[in-house]
Design a protein around this ligand. Structure first.
Ligand code: NAD
Length: 483
């Protein structure tokens, strides 16, 4: 079934110098459909020789690409967005088969947003400009914004297309050449994106897509002296290693890392939407969202009611084949993530948390896990502290604002946070006090190409999207002229 989802002539090979090509050593690996555990297709796997070829192509392409008039570069990048939109259905189906993400969500969220990343950065790049700085009468000082050179994007498997777009679009807009290494389990939509880049007539060499292992081609990217910067999205563990290994070549790094985000329901919240929102905050994309609201804090006065309603709503959340239009909840992305999630559920039970919903595998085929809610969770339990990256919600009770803030901020992570209340002052007090890069008030998981995004603490540093995301792909030069 899954193989049939690959469009005819689908590129399953590396994209280097504007062409699809086998790996130099002809190695391949299998991409797996997590709903069926079947092989979708063998995919070319990049190694050192392929990375060198991509770097040579980028070096050759860079001068003309960087010097291209902004209007022309903007048009080409805008076209990539249009080519993505033209292939909406193919992208949605591939992401469903490869990543276990419901097809309807892919078509309505991931694909339009990926197209918008290209269109947003195509637009704002026209505003990239320098400044003049008054120093003294005998000097004329101005600044230039210049690209970094060859940059790399290294992405995770949870939103494969979106993450690829988020890395490539701002890097191109600033005039860089880009090498993208998608996550091993989910290479397909990155390769279809390469087809869009080809169709949009982005010059050969400007973008390369190299599926492969993190420990091989990923590590080689990190250590390569000709790569000026890496925009990384992934786990904190890999991010920390990357910072260390990139130090000798002084790469510029953007680190979008893990999270354990607090979501708070105050007693004065509009409870039905808060409960619905809390459910979506953790179970959207089967909990495989870096900003997932995985720690829910509920004010004691409404705690029992919220837990009861959340439990019964969650028990009704049925899983299904991500390729079916009706499916709202898919399998975990891959076998390893399935195991990690099941292990945390076992830990939650063993540590004495109260199981309110789920707590076991769903069916016996595919990597499905029942959406799981634990109540009476203590801050020291593993399910309250560690990122699970799966559909497991840990609910805790609070009674005072200061006690809440101590608990909510008592995490090594600081990616995102949510709060549900009708009291506008309380919402702003929370937004100010919480240590997180994004705060949602009476909503959760909103994103926009124009809004900067990134973490506090162990959730990383640097910002993607928005003007900051564009500036991160540039460097600034000051020019002094004696008059
Ligand atoms: P991961 O860290 O295991 O892998 C991410 C990428 O890094 C993959 O492409 C992988 O092949 C590569 N990689 C692994 N080892 C490498 C190495 N030594 N050198 C270079 N590259 C290497 O993460 P994952 O399991 O793919 O994704 C899940 C993680 O990503 C979670 O922790 C999640 O929170 C995080 N995430 C963060 C954000 C964010 O915006 N902050 C968004 C999505 C996911």
């Amino acid at each position: 079934m899954a193989i049939a989802t690959l469009p005819e002539n689908f590129p399953t090979r590396l994209f280097i110098n504007g062409e699809f090509t086998d790996a130099a050593d002809k190695r391949t690996y299998n991409s797996i459909n997590p709903a069926t555990e079947e092989v979708i297709a063998p995919i070319a796997m990049a190694g050192k020789a392929d990375l060198e070829a991509a770097i040579s192509a980028a070096e050759a392409a860079f001068p003309a690409w960087a010097a291209m008039p902004a209007a022309k570069r903007s048009n080409l990048i805008w076209k990539v967005g249009e080519e993505i939109s033209k292939r909406r259905d193919a992208f949605a189906a591939l992401e469903a088969a490869d990543a276990g993400k419901p097809i309807r969500e892919n078509a309505s969220i991931d694909v339009p947003m990926a197209a918008d990343h290209f269109k947003y950065f195509a637009g704002v790049l026209r505003g990239l400009q320098g400044e003049t700085i008054p120093v003294n009468d005998n000097l004329f000082v101005y600044t230039l914004r210049e690209p970094l050179g060859i940059v790399a994007g290294i992405t995770p498997w949870n939103f494969p297309l979106l993450m690829a777009a988020r890395k490539i679009a701002p890097a191109l807009a600033a005039g860089n050449c880009v090498i993208l290494k998608p996550a091993n389990p989910t290479p397909l939509t990155a390769l279809l994106l390469a087809e869009c880049i080809q169709a949009a007539k982005i010059p050969p060499g400007v973008v390369s897509v190299l599926p492969g292992k993190g420990s091989e081609v990923g590590q080689q990217i990190v250590e390569h002296p000709k790569i000026a910067a890496i925009s990384f999205t992934g786990s904190t563990g890999v991010g920390v290693k990357m910072v260390r290994d990139a130090a000798p070549t002084l790469k510029k790094l953007t680190m979008e890392l893990g999270g354990k985000s607090p979501n708070v329901i105050f007693a004065d919240a509009e409870l039905d939407s808060a409960i619905k929102g809390a459910q979506a905050a953790i179970f959207y994309n089967k909990g495989e969202v870096c900003t997932a609201g995985s720690r829910l804090f509920v004010e004691d006065k409404v705690h029992d009611e919220v837990v009861e309603k959340l439990g019964s709503r969650t028990a009704k959340l049925a899983g299904g084949n991500p390729l079916d239009d009706e499916t709202r909840y898919g399998p975990q992305n891959n076998a390893e993530q399935f195991k990690t999630t099941m292990d945390y559920i076992a830990k939650g039970k063993a540590e004495g948390a109260r199981l309110v919903a789920g707590g076991e595998r769903m069916g016996d085929k595919g990597y499905f896990v029942k959406p799981t809610v634990f109540a009476d969770v203590k801050p020291e339990m593993a399910i309250a502290r560690e990122e699970i990256f799966g559909p497991v919600l840990a609910v805790q009770k609070f009674s005072e604002f200061d006690e809440l803030m101590a608990k909510a901020n008592g995490s090594e992570y600081g990616l995102a946070a949510g709060v549900w209340t009708r009291d506008v002052s309380k919402a702003h007090r929370y937004a100010k006090a919480i240590k997180a890069g994004a705060v949602w008030v009476n909503c959760y998981n909103w994103y926009d190409s124009a809004v900067p995004y990134g973490g506090y603490k162990q959730s990383g540093y640097g910002r993607e999207m928005g003007l900051q995301g564009l500036m991160a792909m540039t460097q600034q030069k000051s020019v002094w002229v004696q008059l």
